[in-house]
Design a protein around this ligand. Structure first.
Ligand code: PEP
Ligand code: MN
Length: 276
């Protein structure tokens, strides 16, 4: 028996229904679907997240991303707007009808993040934060669990198991690149993990090529590779003005670049028999 008993494949595929609150739409993540999460790295201002939300909504994204609590490598970098950022995300959902995904960094913030988030994100740096996973396992909210940047697939599935063992079966796995000796890309994207996870687990698998590559020019080709490899969706950083972004501007797509990605992904999803 696999050490990750609940996450292990048992014949069926798990399809997670995202029920957007406050009038936001409902969407599905899992086998047979191609679900697109898009938006800026961070919520930077009310107008900033509203304009990004309108942009990605117009171009066909299903879910809006935006960090209010940012896990920055340097303590001097923009840490996010915190609670104020959560309020702006709620406004963006109200206006566009897009469900919201945002990251929780700290167990002490869970209640407040859950007041707004339709999906809660556990970031790469927190994949091994077992107290956080345990607390989220007791919540009734879908969790997008990013792969730790140095985590093996088994460690990742065991992190998913923490969520499931506590009673939260709504887990989405997100590959976001791992650290290797290569440094011309921000991380090394592990495309092979997509079909591997599909064999090992019934959980939905999505890919974040933005954090995996770190360069906007590389995002669209790798997004296509992810869908071709069987991913159930993508997380893409999009910013109306990447040159002015407070974080991750180098990897953020403009509206025009995101439009092109969406056109190509739609064609590919159709070929793969995925609904988008
Ligand atoms: C993010 O998606 O905002 C993020 C910080 O990504 P990661 O945890 O993959 O670095
Ligand atoms: Mn980012």
């Amino acid at each position: 028996m696999k050490p990750y008993r609940l996450a292990a494949r048992d014949g069926k595929d798990t399809i997670i229904e995202i029920v957007g609150r406050n009038g936001a739409g409902t969407c599905l993540i899992g086998e047979g679907f191609c679900t697109i999460i898009a938006g800026p790295c961070a919520v930077e201002s009310e107008e900033g997240i509203l304009s990004a939300a309108r942009l990605v909504k117009t171009l066909g994204a299903h879910i809006l991303r935006g960090g209010a609590f940012k896990p920055r490598t340097s303590p001097y970098s923009f840490p996010g707007l915190g609670l104020e950022g959560l309020n702006y995300l709620a406004l963006a959902r109200k206006e566009t009808g897009l469900p919201i995904i945002t990251e929780v960094l700290d167990v002490r913030d869970i209640d407040r993040v859950l007041e707004v988030a339709d999906i809660v994100q556990v970031g790469s740096r927190n994949m091994h934060n077992y107290p956080l996973l345990r607390d989220l396992s007791r919540q009734k909210v879908p969790v997008l669990l990013k792969r730790g940047y140095a985590a093996t697939v088994e460690e990742w599935l065991l992190a998913a198991e923490y969520l499931m063992a506590g009673g939260n079966g709504q887990v989405i796995l997100c590959e976001r690149g791992i650290r290797t000796f290569e440094n011309l890309t921000r991380n090394t994207v592990d495309i092979g993990v997509v079909p591997l996870l599909k064999e090992l687990s019934h959980l939905p698998v999505i890919v974040d090529p933005s954090h995996a590559l770190g360069k906007w020019q590389l995002v669209r080709p790798v997004a296509k590779a992810a869908i071709a490899a069987g991913a159930d969706g993508l997380m893409i950083e999009v910013h109306p003005h990447p040159e002015a972004a407070l974080s991750d501007g180098d990897q953020s797509l403009t509206g025009d670049n995101f439009r092109r990605l969406m056109d190509e992904i739609k064609a590919l999803a159709h070929l793969e028999g995925k609904r988008m």
